[in-house]
Write a protein that binds this ligand. Structure first.
Ligand code: AMP
Ligand code: MG
Length: 485
């Protein structure tokens, strides 16, 4: 492994040099061979010798492992001192495209930021992040990736004793809004400038020579987050813990703790057991992203205009006010393509919202409704209509939709096939994920493998995966998820 240690060498003050904990019996459970190859890693070597490295127990040659420091607003409350409480950045690897990618371990032992936690992770949550992260990647969503799940051979104490594991994950960086907040709350503008310049070099290199680069950096992060949340919304994904320390400046999804996908469409859906107020409900995600970006903008004020705070505030405000429009543009594009619309017309928004209203009234399954919409195009709408228990409203909507389709250039077959390439059939359904994880706790990864296979090929219907497209049965108890387990 050829580590670069740019974060370690350029961002002193933003981390603590640290080592992973010893573990009794590190074993690679699953290795993402395609990703390993993308990173020019030797797959055979990883199987033979990688387990102690990928769980943090052995420091690989050339790596300067560290625990990152950050701050963050968690459910709206500011904590000036957070950090990797159970994670370690081993360093950066250069991938085959020449991009630096962080190799980061989660569950590698306590750090100075553990705040009383044990620094460990149980197998279930590690496999959950592996599965959902890889599903998101297959669905075209910017995301951290799973490189490996490593069993530690140790039991971790949760409600019961559970098998311990470490997730080795890869990201284009782990710089968060909270990393900027950490420096803004502490050092003067110098540290902040170093972090901003480092972030620009890694993510927006074309801005490096611009005299207005910090403002442009803010605009770029705003655009990336708008694009990201539009992806979540088009897929019915609820992140669940959109704290500013879980908001990357790269625009990648990070931290698959309490996340889940909608079954029935309802804007108010919350899965996380601790989100009592519904702050991070499905429909709030765009507004929360804008709120988080406002925290980034505040942190950047001294860089945007050091001499004139009022001018800096005015410019940051203007950039933030662009968010709803930018987001809406991405969302509308995504929703049009879900309905097979290549052209844009003024009342498309009304058409889309009318469908969402029918879905909300009927408690229609989000994923299957859009998948089955292609059957309307194919002139076989029975399966689509059957999703709606009181079909009158959706039949009226279908008339409008057909009239709209008549103004589109494509032939039916091509359009339906295009729709099948953007509307997944297989997503990580909550009950399937739980089944796979509880089986894994007994040492059997076959259900995990099968589900991973389904969700990493999400668009192509397969006879051998019959049932994997279905959500929870009607009347099932509401699904609950948990953070930091
Ligand atoms: P996460 O939900 O993984 O984003 O975690 C939120 C914060 O809590 C992060 O700063 C983690 O490092 C920390 N954390 C979560 N679980 C543990 C644990 N078992 N031990 C120590 N810190 C933890
Ligand atoms: Mg986190």
């Amino acid at each position: 492994m050829q580590f670069q240690n740019s974060y370690a060498s350029e961002l002193e003050g933003c981390y603590v040099p640290w080592q992973g904990a010893e573990v009794p019996a590190p074993t690679i459970l699953r290795l993402n061979e395609a990703l390993a190859e993308e990173l020019s890693l030797d797959v055979a070597m990883l199987y033979a010798e990688g387990a102690p490295i990928l769980c943090g127990a052995h420091k690989p040659a050339g790596s300067q492992p560290l625990a990152m420091a950050y701050a963050g607003h968690q459910f709206g409350n500011f904590s000036p001192q957070l950090g990797d409480g159970r994670a370690l950045l081993l360093g950066e690897l250069r991938d085959r495209k020449g991009q630096l990618r962080d190799l980061h371990l989660k569950g590698s032992g306590a750090t100075p930021f553990s705040r009383g936690g044990d620094g460990k992770a149980a197998l279930g949550p590690v496999l959950r992040e592996y599965l959902v992260g890889e599903a998101m990647h297959a669905l075209g969503v910017p995301t951290t990736r799973a490189l490996a799940a490593v069993a530690t051979g140790e039991q971790v104490a949760r409600d019961t004793l559970l098998p311990g594991a470490v997730l080795a994950r890869v990201a284009s960086s782990h710089i968060r809004v909270g990393t900027f907040q950490f420096l803004a709350a502490r050092q003067g503008a110098d540290g902040l400038r170093r972090l901003a310049d480092y972030s620009i070099a890694r993510h927006f290199a074309d801005l490096a020579d611009s005299s207005d680069r910090y403002f442009e950096f803010l605009q770029r992060v705003i655009a990336r987050q708008a694009a990201l949340v539009a992806h979540w919304m088009r897929l019915g994904f609820v992140h669940g813990v959109m704290n500013t320390d879980n908001t990357t400046i790269s625009g990648e999804t990070i931290d698959y703790g309490p996340c889940a996908f909608l079954d029935a469409y309802d804007e108010r859906t919350v899965f996380s057991s601790i989100d009592h107020g519904g702050r991070y409900a499905y429909g709030n995600q765009p507004a929360v992203a804008q709120w988080n970006l406002a925290r980034l903008a505040e942190a950047l004020l001294p860089l945007i205009d050091a001499a004139d705070v009022d001018a800096a505030v005015a410019r940051a405000t203007e950039a933030l006010q662009a968010f709803p429009g930018v987001y809406q543009g991405y969302w509308l594009d995504a929703m049009r393509s879900k309905l097979g619309l290549r052209t844009a017309q003024d009342d498309d928004l009304t058409l889309i919202n009318a469908l969402l209203e029918c879905m909300g009234d009927a408690g229609a399954d989000f994923t299957l409704t859009f998948r089955r919409a292609a059957d309307i195009v194919r002139q076989q709408p029975a399966a689509f209509v059957a999703i709606f228990n009181e079909p009158a409203a959706v039949l009226a909507w279908m008339d409008r939709y057909r009239a709209r389709l008549a103004q589109e250039p494509l032939d039916e077959r091509t359009r339906a096939a295009e729709m099948d390439r953007v509307n997944p059939l297989y997503i990580p359904r909550n009950d399937k994920v739980e089944d796979a994880l509880s089986q894994a706790h007994t040492g059997d990864l076959s259900a995990f493998d099968r589900l991973l296979d389904a969700v990493t090929n999400p668009y192509e219907a397969r006879a051998d995966l019959s049932g994997y497209e279905l959500g929870a049965p009607p009347g099932a108890a509401p699904y609950r998820t948990f953070c930091g387990t």
